[in-house]
Write a protein that binds this ligand. Structure first.
Ligand code: 13P
Ligand code: SF4
Length: 321
């Protein structure tokens, strides 16, 4: 193991001090920290609840504390606020958005939806609150198949905003779906050719992928699943090496649960970096988290009518999960 240099030692000492200060402040303010697997390792380590989008929405529904600090992206914090409108929901950086959510504007989506008046609208949780108000059901990558299968066979389905997840679900369930043309920049970036090269280089490794990835990538995967499904898979599978096609943050938990196994981040098309990082998720830092708790801002503020309308498809999802 490499010995940390002086700069790294100083940085990890500062991180530890800040983490301790966050824990103290959290108790004083009666707050809880929810964090997604794509957050920086240091944030994952201080979270009260760490998980995928579904788990975090379920936990948000059970929170007893007065303040929720959401270490994730905007649509996740917004969902926590919709589920829990009476709580104060803080997001360390309000600019932590999502390319998938941004690819679906409410005006354009309303025009699209109007073309199929009889269709059931299922939206992936990675969308704005306005899109949720235009949806019959919300889903995450963990429960999407179950949600789709709950819809009567004779019904048409609109799926938005992720075309890759939609195409994967259509194949898995055999249901024809009208897809919105959105995608996640992080999962779209994986390079098919470089992944094939890695598979050749590590013939004993299994290739596992998140369903937000392109269909060509999913076709060569040994296992496809949400972040929690991928984490579960590596813990219960007997291989010792994995090439992982999702945001690199999940590798922290994989390595923690399976210290004896090797995890290789799937390469992307861009030659300037080796793995796929979500720039939005990584906008949150320990410093910003401390400040948002200390000053109780930035806070997620929402219009009550939007909260009430968006609650309906989210509550249906939680009941069906
Ligand atoms: P899950 O947490 O459902 O696996 O989704 C990953 C993701 O892209 C969150 O933005
Ligand atoms: Fe959005 Fe993709 Fe980042 Fe998830 S990984 S928050 S879908 S941009």
């Amino acid at each position: 193991m490499a010995i940390p240099n002086q700069f790294e030692q100083k940085k990890s000492k500062q991180s530890l001090e800040l983490s301790n200060q966050i824990q103290e402040l959290k108790k004083k303010k009666n707050a809880v920290i929810l964090a997604h697997y794509y957050q920086d390792d240091s944030i994952q380590e201080i979270a009260d609840f760490l998980g995928d989008s579904l788990y975090l929405a379920q936990q948000a529904a059970r929170v007893k504390e007065d303040i929720i600090v959401f270490a994730g992206v905007h649509f996740m914090a917004e969902t926590a606020k919709i589920i829990n409108p009476e709580k104060k929901v803080l997001l360390p950086d309000l600019k932590a958005g999502c390319s998938l959510a941004d690819s679906c504007s409410p005006n354009d989506f309303a025009i699209f939806k109007a073309k199929y008046p009889d269709a059931v609208v299922v939206s992936y949780i990675n969308c704005s609150a306005e899109i949720k108000t235009l949806s019959d059901l919300v889903c995450t990558s963990t429960n999407a198949k179950k949600i789709i299968e709950s819809i009567p066979l004779k019904k048409e389905i609109i799926f938005a905003p992720d075309k890759n997840l939609g195409a994967y679900l259509s194949k898995e369930t055999g249901r024809k779906m009208i897809l919105w043309e959105g995608s996640c920049v992080v999962h779209e970036a994986f390079s098919f050719d470089k992944i094939l090269d890695l598979i050749k280089k590590y013939p004993n490794a299994k290739f596992i992928a998140h369903p937000e990835s392109k269909s060509t990538i999913l076709e060569i995967a040994n296992f496809i699943g949400s972040t929690s499904a991928l984490l579960n898979f590596v813990q219960n599978d007997n291989a010792s090496q994995y090439i992982v096609a999702t945001e690199v943050g999940i590798l922290h938990q994989m390595q923690k649960y399976c210290p004896e196994k090797i995890f290789i981040p799937a390469p992307i098309d861009d030659d300037t970096c080796a793995c796929s990082e979500c720039a939005y998720m990584k906008m949150n830092t320990l410093e910003k988290l401390y400040n948002c708790l200390a000053f109780e801002k930035p806070e997620i503020k929402m219009n009550t009518d939007i909260i009430n309308a968006a609650q309906i498809p989210i509550k249906r999802m939680i009941e069906l999960s």
